[in-house]
Design a protein around this ligand. Sequence first.
Ligand code: GLA
Length: 368
Amino acid sequence: MKKIFFFTAIYLVLSACSVDKTPALKDAFKDKFLIGAAVNVAQSSGVDTLGIAVIREQFNSITPENCMKSMYLQPEEDHFFFDDADQFVDLGLKNSMFTIGHCLIWHSQAPAWFFIDENGNDVSRETLMERMKKHITTVVSRYKGKIRGWDVVNEAILDDGSWRQSKFYDIIGEDFVRLAFQWAHEADPDAELYYNDYSMANEGKRNAVVAMVKSLQDKGIKIDGIGMQGHLSMDFPSVVDFEKSLLAFSELGVKVMITELDLGVLPNPKKDVGANIADTYEYRKEMNPYVEGLPESVYMAWSNRFNEFFSLFMKHSDKISRVTLWGVSDHDSWKNDWPIPGRTDYPLLFDRNYQAKPVVKQIMNNKR
Ligand code: GLA
């Protein structure tokens, strides 16, 4: 009998030792950069129990996927809705996460009233400035000391380097960027302030963002970082171009962040697909080839490309302060519905069952 106990004990000890001790992402990268995820309302409210468990276990920074965009925070003038955002910020506080506010000034997912008067005409420059100031001041002050970094302006520049003809630009002119940073800084002088955009590897956008940030710096405006969204596809951008932008931004003396990382594996209706959420194309069956699962060869190509980008991030980890995935599991990625609705994509590190893909171990071992 004693012998049986003895062997059972040895067996238990040995099997405990062989349990997979893969570290959490946040521990694996703790000396390199923060590792974050965009969190949706089902997760921050705790309804998505599987999703929230992965977030708590793996990540040390969170970004709200939608609930802090202006159409949700201020759906009507002077009627602020903070319930979802409060819950999101609490999640960050309770778990000591570096919490990001996203995003204060963006042409998209902004309420229509913001730009028009009671007759439906564009408001004056003064009125739009007042509305911007009020929105920024109210939101940033509410989370002062709790939100550590803000995406102050999102997507002001087009891929070719010209200014996006948004209502902010059309009505106020390029000064809207300076004003947004200034008001955000006044509301919370300790918060980090960022400019965030997609397709940052494009030469035109790279040069224009460098010029814009330099001009803010010359005017004494506080800007702490540049977010490269990182919505990647299998053929765009090249690692080389991405690296050029990363270095150009870092040379400005600001932090560089990869803020919205995902890698779609599906065919694209156009090259250079970017992340303009207004671009949508009609569903066609042949554009949705992996409904039943990803063939091994396609997964390998995807994971090789993911690894290449992570090697680049490790190479420049002294310049990168944070890498944030745009979501947790493939199940809840926006890529399933963009740029073609109703597809099955595989862009993230955790599969539809919230299990880590093999690539997770590889990127952690990919230390330089
Ligand atoms: C942009 C925005 C994000 C998000 C993604 C797509 O990149 O910055 O907030 O909307 O598009 O979901």
